[in-house]
Design a protein around this ligand. Sequence first.
Ligand code: NAP
Length: 255
Amino acid sequence: MDRRPTLLVLGGTTEATQLITRLAPHVGRNLDLVVSFAGRTARPSAPAGELRIGGFGGAEGLASYLRETPIDLVVDALHPFASVMPFHAATACEAVGRPLIKLQRPPWRPVDGDRWIEVPDMTAAAAAVVDAGATRVLLTIGRQELDPFRSIAGPTFVVRSIEPADLAGAWRTVERLDRGPFDLAAERSLLDAEAIDLVVAKNSGGAATESKLVAARERGIPVVLVQRPPVPEVATVTSVDEAFGWVERRVQLAG
Ligand code: NAP
């Protein structure tokens, strides 16, 4: 190959940023890097590599992109709740014969004292809120999937998101704009100041947003925890170290 091997990282997560930071010293020397974002947040950035923003046009569009760019290997470092793109990556990489690894942090597991109500999706989460009879609900699910909650009259929802959400609907809301990581002291203060008696969250896993679960556990507050969507059957690692090692084995990073 008379050009440098090119890696595509499907990003949008802390782990993607950490992996890119590890790879940064090699970018432009032993490796070219493209970092892809869906374009959901206003100013995506990466510590190294060329950014590309927006969808590829389905699995077929991604397959063409991999062939034409060309891309030699792919890391799916998407969020555990990205439900469509991982399947597109698996299909496209299979179709054009590119190695793919999925980097996905482990889910949270309950420990003594947790009062989790585990549900499969947002519709079930909304039903669980109604059943729980809560009065003040911390909704920490981002801003894209609020629809099932809009018609719930009764509780006040403290809606936390990075960017402003559309809060239209019959529900009563308090907007809270904030970006993780969230530390335990801040999560304790939030639950106490807002008199929260129910938390709704996704089982994202990872340290950056775990403190709300600890603060809820300490207070005996139940947590409606939405389970992860299905994933494609592809080689998967759970740590940035392992993903870095996978790239290193395929690309001559030394020298
Ligand atoms: P999704 O439902 O799996 O994907 C929907 C469509 O968005 C895909 O079909 C693809 O469009 C495009 N897309 C998704 N990720 C992309 C990427 N990294 N680069 C280019 N196009 C991408 O994904 P999502 O749940 O909307 O998440 C979008 C992004 O936000 C992902 O990068 C994800 O890691 C990040 N994120 C998601 C969550 C969450 O809770 N869902 C939380 C934090 C961060 P085409 O079919 O046109 O290619």
